[in-house]
Design a protein around this ligand. Structure first.
Ligand code: GCV
Length: 663
């Protein structure tokens, strides 16, 4: 296994090392697709050719039919009645046959075979059809062209610079973008937004005189079945177009957007559409003109409609100049209050993009009620692969454990899930120009897991981890899988244990890393926990609080409203309770905080010790990187433990019955 221990030059191969293609590459493979089938079909041929050249197999194309019987046939069959991007797999007479609806399906079928490894050529292979649960599986990059004074090249990026832009321009060499597109395609992603939703001056011009940069990016993504989207500024008609307004009901503004869209589609015929953050955290929007967000979104949607483009319009709209003295205003309510009255008013090609929780990608929030209340609107669920509040790719935090929960949550407790309600699934990328792509090598599993869950939300986090492990470390010692399971599975729960407790949210310090129990308590951002000497938590009940609990359908409105039924993990999100309140678990709130913080931090020490078992079993630079980061996670978790425990002790005066240290 020595070869697995050698680091690849340049960037890490992630889940597509050459060896993952060995089972396929050793065999005779036929690709049956007309020569003009398109760029994605050409990619399939090129991938198979590279694999057989490397491992001694043989490629047969449609024009060659007198060769040896193929072990694998990848065939385009547009008339086979398969859904878009879908494929069917079956094995008969020693041949595995993948039949695809379209060229994208052919590519996904190829990667399916790669994932199966030798299993793809086993006569016991179970036949089946596969198609994505979500038609749009999109990654949003918060990359800036010009490095921003505060946010840098990638806003909330923890993996180095942007793979797209550097020094105020598109990178001249985009080879790595092509490699990224290949990784994304292998995970199932089919859309990418190439710039930050906070659209600054230079980035706004990607829509106009910098459009050539987007063209070059689209050229890298196209062969992998990925369409490119652009984040645009709602103020563009004013700032770029020289109009005196960006009022969406002004005909000149509509014309400006129509011209802009026409120019984009002339340059990029398969362009996906626009992404907009409006009236949010300083970005311009329709409120300035007394218009609502349907007015705003529809003007862009009508510009894109002739070309089949969509507007992803974010529901992340709230007052970030809140007065902390005012206990009636509740940021959690904002998206629902702004958007649900507009249900039915959005054009068909508008997608309202909703963060999974009502606040901001916290380790524990209830699922956003907006997702339950807009039946006449196309919705996207927005997740965050980049670990802004979840350890910034210094901590192991396995996000599929959180996403599976969100996607599978049943708003009406009747079998219908969030995945059924949200047509699109979107996430903020965690990728940068770091050698391992994601800073923390184990955060690759989050990126991979996002694409796979967007394709099939029923996959379990643990199966996904094994799948990622098999691909990333092909032929590795079996201990690699054991250790990865031990270190990665349960890591979301561990992070939750040593950080903000019981759904209280936002106890983070500057830059959203590390503890800062009161850091946001007297700030304008609307993220308070209201701790005093008697208790803690936000009363969001209808009976006595902000009324947020009433935004849910039954049975959740009542479940969250009542102290008796509110799940422990969300108690402080919905209720202000005394420190001595007894949880459903039987423990008091304060003892729960003491115990979980002690146990969570201790668990990180076990994770770090366990990782040592992989010394010599994985590439040395990967081993060392994870070892260094685990040491930081242990340090940081200890800081969280001591600060949060001490805070609760000083406020409550209640001792820790287990007798752990308090300061
Ligand atoms: C891109 C949070 C982040 C911001 C981000 C914003 C958003 O507030 O801290 O960096 O801005 O969410 O999702 O728009």
């Amino acid at each position: 296994m020595r070869k697995n221990l050698v680091s690849t030059p340049g960037w890490h191969a992630a889940w597509l090392p050459d060896d993952a293609f060995a089972p396929l590459g050793r065999r005779v493979v036929a690709v049956s697709a007309p020569p003009d089938a398109g760029p994605v079909a050409a990619t399939v041929v090129a991938e198979v050719r590279a694999a057989v050249d490397r491992f001694g197999g043989r490629l047969l194309t449609a024009s060659v039919d007198d060769g040896p019987a193929p072990a694998l046939v990848l065939a385009l069959a547009p008339d086979a009645g398969l859904p878009a991007e879908g494929f069917a797999v079956a094995r008969t007479g020693g041949t595995t046959r993948v039949t695809a609806a379209d060229e994208a399906g052919l590519l996904y079928g190829l990667f399916h075979v790669v994932r199966l490894g030798e299993g793809a050529f086993d006569d016991a292979l179970v036949p089946g059809s596969h198609a994505p649960a979500h038609a749009v599986r999109m990654l949003d990059h918060w990359d800036n062209v010009d490095a921003h004074d505060v946010m840098g090249q990638v806003e909330r990026g923890y993996a180095g610079g942007s793979i797209f832009y550097e020094d105020g321009a598109l990178r001249p060499d985009l080879t790595r973008v092509g490699a990224y597109a290949r990784l994304l395609a292998a995970s199932g992603v089919n859309r990418v937004t190439v710039n930050n939703v906070n659209v600054h001056r230079t980035e706004a011009r990607l829509l106009t005189d910098r459009l050539g940069d987007v063209v070059r990016l689209a050229d890298q993504f196209r062969p992998w079945g990925i369409r490119v989207h652009l984040a645009v500024s709602f103020g563009a008609p004013l700032t770029l177009g020289g109009l005196g307004t960006c009022d969406p009901l002004e005909p000149a503004v509509a014309d400006w957007w129509a011209d802009a869209a026409a120019r984009v589609y002339a340059a990029i015929p398969d362009f996906g559409g626009f992404l907009v953050k409006a009236d949010s955290e300083g970005q311009p929007g329709p409120f300035a003109y007394g218009r609502d967000h349907a007015d705003g979104a529809n003007v862009l949607a009508r510009a894109l409609a002739p070309y089949g483009g969509t507007v992803h319009w974010r529901a992340f709209v709230y007052n970030h100049h809140q007065d902390w003295r005012d206990r009636r205003t509740d940021r959690a309510r904002a998206a629902y209050d702004h958007f649900t009255p507009l249900d039915g008013k959005f054009d068909e090609n508008v997608v309202v993009q909703v963060k999974f929780g009502p606040l901001d990608f916290q380790v524990r929030e209830p699922v956003s009620p907006v997702l339950t209340a807009m039946p006449r609107t196309r919705l996207a669920l927005e997740l965050q692969v980049t670990q802004e509040y979840t350890g910034q790719q210094k901590h192991v935090y396995y996000l599929p454990e959180q996403w599976s929960e969100v996607l599978g949550w049943e708003p009406w407790a009747d079998g219908r899930t969030v995945s059924d309600v949200a047509r699109d699934v979107v996430a903020v990328s965690n990728v940068g120009d770091d050698r391992f792509w994601t800073g923390h090598p184990l955060a690759q599993a989050n990126l991979y897991g996002f694409g796979r869950l967007a394709w099939d939300p029923t996959l379990t986090p643990s199966d996904l981890l094994d799948e990622w492990t098999r691909l990333t470390f092909p032929g590795a010692d079996p201990r690699v899988q054991d250790v990865l399971r031990d270190v990665v599975l349960g890591s979301r729960a561990t992070y939750e244990q040593y950080t903000a407790p019981l759904g209280v949210c936002f106890m983070v310090g500057p830059g959203h890393y590390g503890p800062g129990v009161d850091f946001y308590e007297y700030s304008p951002w609307g993220t308070y926990h209201f701790a005093d000497r008697d208790g803690i938590g936000v009363d969001r009940t209808v009976a006595s609080g902000t009324g947020y609990a009433g935004q849910y359908p039954e049975p959740w409105a009542s479940t969250y409203e009542s102290l008796d039924t509110c799940p422990d993990e969300l108690l402080l999100f919905f209720h202000h309770v005394p420190y001595t309140h007894v949880l459903r678990s039987g423990k008091t709130v304060v003892q729960h905080v003491y115990d979980t913080h002690t146990d969570g931090a201790a668990r990180t020490e076990e994770m770090a010790r366990r990782w040592e078992d992989l010394d010599g079993l994985v590439e040395p630079d990967l081993f060392d990187r994870v070892r260094t980061l685990l040491a930081e996670q242990v340090r940081s978790a200890g800081e969280w433990r001591d600060q949060v425990r001490t805070y609760f002790w000083r406020h409550s005066g209640v001792p820790d019955e287990r007798g752990g240290p308090l300061y």
